[in-house]
Design a protein around this ligand. Structure first.
Ligand code: ZN
Length: 278
């Protein structure tokens, strides 16, 4: 019976091969199933990730049970990841309920405090055999200020914390962009030359594919997609509602065409991330 994998089984190899693994934020049964089916369809490793807010009730745990069940009868390497973990306590909870990877987000703390929090979280994760991602600089949510990462900080941070994957800030933001983002590829290349672990790009929604490919060539081995996928789900449901008018249609049949769209979208992203060039 196959089981969930950690980042170490998928990301270092991806970085070596010059490709990235897609990390998709799920929030319900339909999005988990669609992301998983896309990975199976493409025969590709995948990261299913759950935003920290969903750990406030049973959702994160139920998604873990569902993902583990799907993986048990598949040979696709799947990592289940806590996205934007806020505390060591939350990381413990994620590990307890079956997550194989976690993120600790100290990106809004001072550099020294980020190192201290991340080091503590790394100890807890590694003791449990779970991999861990952290972030330096800051990839903002919405209209917040982008704080770019530097190569010197990246080197020091990785050395001092022992983190397994590093999210860097090179011009992306979370959510939809008002104008097309321009990634700082030179910065990414310098970080990639000096840091050997897999790099992570948050805010992948709306970044042109040619820029993503360049980032992959610089060592980005995990690309997060949340906004675009979740928006597609909601718009899909709205379209179905419009189409069907007052006629009743059972919920599972309503979701079916929406799931098809998500499978196609995720499959396309998996293929797009399969090669890069700095
Ligand atoms: Zn993020």
């Amino acid at each position: 019976m196959a089981s969930l994998v950690t980042f170490n089984e998928i990301l270092p190899q991806a970085r070596k091969d010059g490709r990235a693994v897609g990390a998709f934020n799920v929030a319900n049964l339909e999005t988990v199933l669609s992301v998983f089916r896309a990975a199976e369809h493409e025969k590709s490793p995948i990261i299913i990730q759950v935003y920290q807010r969903l750990f406030n009730d049973e959702r994160a745990e139920l998604i873990a049970a569902m993902t583990a069940r799907l993986v048990a009868r598949s040979d696709i390497p799947v990592a289940l990841h806590l996205d934007h973990g806020t505390s060591v306590e939350q990381i413990r909870k994620a590990i307890d309920i079956g997550y194989t990877s976690v993120m600790i987000d100290g990106s809004q703390l001072s550099f020294a405090d980020n190192i201290a929090l991340t080091s503590e979280a790394v100890k807890v994760a590694h003791q449990a055999g779970v991999t861990i991602e952290a972030e330096i600089g800051h990839v903002p949510f919405g209209d917040g200020e982008i704080e770019l990462s530097t190569a010197a900080e990246a080197v020091e941070f990785v050395e001092k914390t022992g983190v397994d994957a590093l999210a860097i800030s090179i011009g992306t933001a979370h959510g939809f962009y008002k104008k097309e983002p321009v990634l700082d590829i030179e910065r990414a290349a310098e970080i990639g030359r000096r840091v050997a672990i897999p790099l992570v790009l948050h805010g992948g929604t709306g970044v042109p594919e040619n820029q993503l490919k360049k980032a992959i060539g610089c060592g980005v081995a995990k690309i997060n997609i949340a906004t675009e996928l979740q928006n597609m789900f909601l718009r899909g449901v709205a379209q179905e509602l419009d189409k069907n008018g007052d006629k009743f249609k059972p919920l599972d049949l309503y979701f079916k065409p929406v799931e098809e769209k998500i499978i196609e979208f995720v499959s396309g992203k998996i293929r797009a991330f399969s090669e890069g060039g700095c």
